[in-house]
Design a protein. Structure first.
Length: 110
């Protein structure tokens, strides 16, 4: 039996292109595989140390951007969990719009 969920926000499957910027280095993922929530995202990408500061861009009709920090890293490039730490009000609305669109697409794909 599985224990209680400690997540604050439900997750939705994500395949949109994502760009992670760490300092001057950009990591572009054409078809990101992971999940997204109002609090952050998990994305299959190369390892990054926990507490790395990143700038996240998610491609969409109205692209989303936020600053975040790596909170979890799976070994051997399994992926990283990023918590959003700074989001403007406009980008919060864009994130909500992306989640609504992804939810509609998930329901249609089922």
């Amino acid at each position: 039996m599985e224990g209680p969920c400690i997540r604050h926000s439900p997750r939705i499957f994500l395949r949109n292109p994502v760009e992670l910027r760490v300092g001057n280095k950009a990591i572009r993922i054409k078809e990101a595989v992971g999940n997204l929530s109002t609090g952050g995202l998990f994305i299959n990408t190369a390892e990054m140390p926990v507490n790395t500061i990143v700038h996240v861009k998610i491609a969409a009709v109205r692209p989303f951007e936020a600053d975040g920090v790596v909170r979890f890293c799976e070994p051997q490039g399994g992926g990283v969990g990023i918590e959003f730490t700074t989001i403007t009000d406009d980008n919060r609305k864009r994130l909500d719009d992306i989640i609504v669109e992804l939810t509609k697409n998930e329901v249609l794909a089922s």
